[in-house]
Design a protein around this ligand. Sequence first.
Ligand code: SF4
Length: 747
Amino acid sequence: MHAAQRLFSHPQYWAECFGTADYLPMSRGEMDQLGWDSCDIIIISGDAYVDHPSFGMAVIGRTWEKQGFRVGIIAQPSWSSKEDFMKLGKPNLFYAVSAGNMDSMINRYTADRKLRHDDAYTPNNEGGKRPDRAVLVYTQRCKEAFSDVPVLVGGIEASLRRIAHYDYWSDKVRRSVLFDSKADLLVYGNAERAVTEIAHRASRGEALKDMLNIRGTASVISELPMDWDIKDSTRIDKPGRVEPMPNPYMYVGEENSDGSSCASQSQVANDQVEEQVIRILPSPGSKQEFILLPSYEKVRNDPVLYAHTSRVLHLETNPANARTLVQKHGDRYLWMNPPAIPLSTEEMDEVFDLPFQRVPHPAYGNARIPAYDMIKFSVNIMRGCFGGCSFCSITEHEGRWIQSRSQDSVIREIEKIRDKTPGFTGTISDLGGPTANMYHLNCKSEEIHAHCRRLSCVYPTICKNLKTDHSATTQLYRRARALPGVKRVMIASGLRYDLAVEDPEYVKELVTHHVGGYLKIAPEHSEDGPLSKMMKPGMGTYDKFKAMFDRFSKEAGKEQYLIPYFIAAHPGTTDEDMMNLALWLKSNGFRADQVQAFYPSPMASATAMYHSERDPLHRVNYKSDKVVIPKGERQRRLHKAFLRYHDPDNWPMLREALERMGKAHLIGYGKKHLVPPTQPANHPSAKKYGSKLNPKGHTGTAHKAKPNLPTGGNRKKAPRKGTVLTQHTGLPPRETGGRIKPKQKRR
Ligand code: SF4
């Protein structure tokens, strides 16, 4: 892989003489106390400022500070005018705009596009403190405040909207956020390396608009460079007629016998065969090359080209072999450099050792910030994910390359929490990251890794080149719980259980010492159709893990439960798939207390499926089979209803669906039935649909169904056998996340 300059080896900017701020200043008064007449960089953030390494803008701000720059932060400004954007004065170098830790649309709306009234990243959980499409709005206000100050955009929202993308909320394909916001430069992914280079180059007088060669950034250009080779993406992963030409994405053995590249059934089957050797064909010539994607106008109007573009983007995410991507918008071009070189363990340690206070800025007083409450006693041990789940955007943002901290660095952070974080009583609530068990796992061979373009290291099966020895994680857990003052160390991040079963010693360690009564895992579905579109393993692996979990729990003398997550209405899911999942849930004694349908987040492969009805996990062309997409409120409600088959509110809809599907034999009072034929006598709908006293003691009555609701104020939920979750938003669990009472629903 290309060498990268060590993150903190740049000569510091002259302003380092001002030293380190206790908190990045949020007011002129704080700047005065620091002796600053101005800020070099001003961060605008959609989240409250929490000086903690789990909050992106704190990490970026502290990174710049370490490089010597004076960094101020304006958190959750009023966006109705430019005034708030001017309160720290004019930045010497640039504004840095981020919507916050989440896309503002996901933060503000539910998967059913309903407005949320709360915001976990805001003091007192108050909603309405950030605008829709925050990157666009904030950038516009910055330009109004000081038209000659450049604007850099970054964070999840900018990162996942960096090329033309399907936007679920407006139900259309939008331009790259760089065009709509008119920002000068965009950073994507974990951006320490890119923002460091940008700030130093800006301090030397270079305009952000002219910085065209920084990894992990995207810019707008008017003309294509003459000294680069152009590769048309439609000729290397062809959506249309086939030309006989080498395909650099081709896995050995992938070629069809007739030389065609159609994504036929046989091709799909071929793609799913595990192949270890990947042949990347060198491109002729020595010039640099970029891939020209179909233009915004084309992908907006052509779903097949949209799916093709999404596929090429996902195949170009390995920092060791990704090429520059270019996409025309009108008469200009989006120029997107390859991803940043991942941080080494030493660099990760340096980032996490930055002088975070680990608490919200004092300006918030005693206000509660739920997202902070959720992570204040937890430690992030790594970044990245090689799982490749198609509904998740982590890969598009953080990449598949795992970047891990050293054990010593993690232990130092636990000691800081123990010694400094208010309210710590001895429990570390999580040692994790995007996935609980990928710490220090990567490809066995750097050379193979550098050439690999597989979308997942664990799907359809675990790649033989993947390290699956979890001993680094096991050792870390042992060291953490042996620390004086630490009573318990919990694992709350999602566990990749198909990977965990490869190392029974790890599972035993986890189950014996780190499960607080229940463990969240994510089979996501029981049926092969939707699972293949999610890139998730089959239920056989779940059963294998459950057997291990039960055995080790018993050996430890503990009563512990698995809490599985499921997604309703994911692309590729039929009504029958949901019915079968409901039957599986019933036969395994699970009852969902919260249900959420698939949420098409920007840039995820599953979102490309949702929009295009094609499968970008395999080569796409105009003859490719269409993917079944549960769309529309009625069908999405039905899929959610199957997950809550025990809720009498859903029985009329489920009965009607079962009859329509020719499955009326599943209506009845017996164990083999999914729903009873009548409503409970005491249910509000009994009059409308008829009722009857339950002759066999069916438990699903309005009185008897026990949603897993907290009672008595903020009492914590007790782990309960049979709990199942389906929420995948990145938001902390709600205190009122249970079943909506019929009376509330009518309002
Ligand atoms: S382990 Fe992952 S990166 Fe390595 S060859 Fe296999 S799929 Fe590729």
